[in-house]
Ligand binder design. Structure first.
Ligand code: ZN
Length: 350
């Protein structure tokens, strides 16, 4: 019928129009990238810039130890998280006014496209790699030292790299490496390669114990995760920031129960004791903490939140005789620091 034919043509035309409109709206491809990540804050007279190296997805059911699957399910549900969990990889740049110090260097090129963005973040934050004077390494796992090299060369051509003697004596030792089965030697080989240009240029130094490394930057030993794992306490005026390194990995599980451990630990019971002590200290003293794998920018405060709920496996063993305490973590509130030269804003209206 004629009328039906007209309708069919009209509908077909409208459909084509609709399709064209749809095509135009859908044509812009999704970008699937994140902004270069840096977060700036003042700590007394120091400027601290957290640099995002990116994020790495992990199935934490495969990684966490000393926790039952059901308990971990509940912890993730409480935090609105689903597997895999994105781990931030954060490094910290401290400008003391006379020295530019970098704590850890991110993953470099070895961990895929989600990470390895430290230099991009550093440049976006207004600095250049050649301006870095000193690099302090928390420990020699690849996601903390991978960024030492760029295209096989020292990524920070003027920096001296520092690490605990116990850490260097483990990862940079042929004897230690050869004592391990062949399948466990890759981490040693990677560390030796990454430090090589700095060692060759005599720009690698080790320290022992809780020593001041720069005015306002102090090493705080916290071994367990690795033999020489070190935190760094940054202090200016009356303000302090303790950079934890890998003292903890999974906020959703380890703040409620600090006895929860991770397969990456070389000595898990010792790592748990270090974490329990550091959490208690941070909560008691109220200082700011910075975590390498806490969600970017990885800065916050801890508050003691009562005893760990019953049912945690081995928590008594980790805590010794003291009851194991759970913690609430409060991330920093986003704020833009005042520019250095500006006068304080006038609050009077004339
Ligand atoms: Zn790590």
């Amino acid at each position: 019928m004629k009328a039906t034919g007209t309708w069919v043509r009209w509908l077909a035309a409208a459909g084509t129009l609709l399709m064209l409109t749809d095509v135009a709206l859908a044509a812009a491809p999704m970008q699937r990238t994140q902004a270069p990540g840096y977060y700036r804050m003042m700590l007394g007279d120091f400027e601290v810039t957290v640099l995002s190296d990116g994020t790495l997805p992990f199935n934490v059911h495969e990684l966490l130890t000393n926790i039952t699957p059901a308990r971990l399910d509940a912890a993730l549900a409480r935090a609105f998280l689903k597997e895999p969990i994105d781990f931030s990889v954060n490094a910290f740049l401290v400008n003391t006014g006379s020295k530019l110090a970098l704590i850890d260097t991110g993953c470099g090129a070895a961990y895929g496209p989600g990470v390895g963005h430290l230099l991009q973040s550093l440049r976006a934050a207004g600095y250049r790699p050649e301006q870095v004077d000193d690099i302090y390494i928390t420990h020699m796992h690849g996601d903390h030292i991978g960024g030492l090299l760029q295209d096989g060369k020292a990524a920070f051509p003027n920096a001296t790299v520092h690490a605990a003697q116990a850490e260097a004596g483990y990862w940079l030792s042929e004897a230690q490496m050869n004592a391990k089965p062949a399948a466990e030697r890759d981490g040693f080989k990677a560390a030796m390669t990454l430090f090589k240009p700095y060692v060759a240029a005599q720009r690698f130094q080790t320290f022992s114990g809780n020593v001041e490394l720069l005015p306002g930057i102090r090493a705080v030993a916290a071994s367990g995760h690795t033999p020489g794992h070190t935190m760094y306490l940054v202090s200016s005026k009356n303000e302090s920031l303790l950079l934890w390194g890998d003292l903890m990995h999974v906020a959703a599980a380890q703040f409620p129960d600090p006895a929860v451990t991770i397969r990456f630990d070389i000595d898990s019971p010792r790592a748990a004791r270090a974490r329990i002590a550091a959490f208690a200290d941070a909560a008691a003293k109220g200082y700011l903490v910075g975590g390498a794998h806490l969600s970017f920018p990885g800065l916050g405060h801890l508050r003691a939140a009562g005893p760990v709920s019953s049912g945690a496996s081995n928590s008594k063993e980790a805590a010794g005789d003291a009851p194991l305490v759970s913690y609430a973590y409060v991330p920093v509130a986003y704020a833009v620091p005042a520019p250095p030269s500006s006068a304080p804003p006038s609050r009077s209206s004339h």
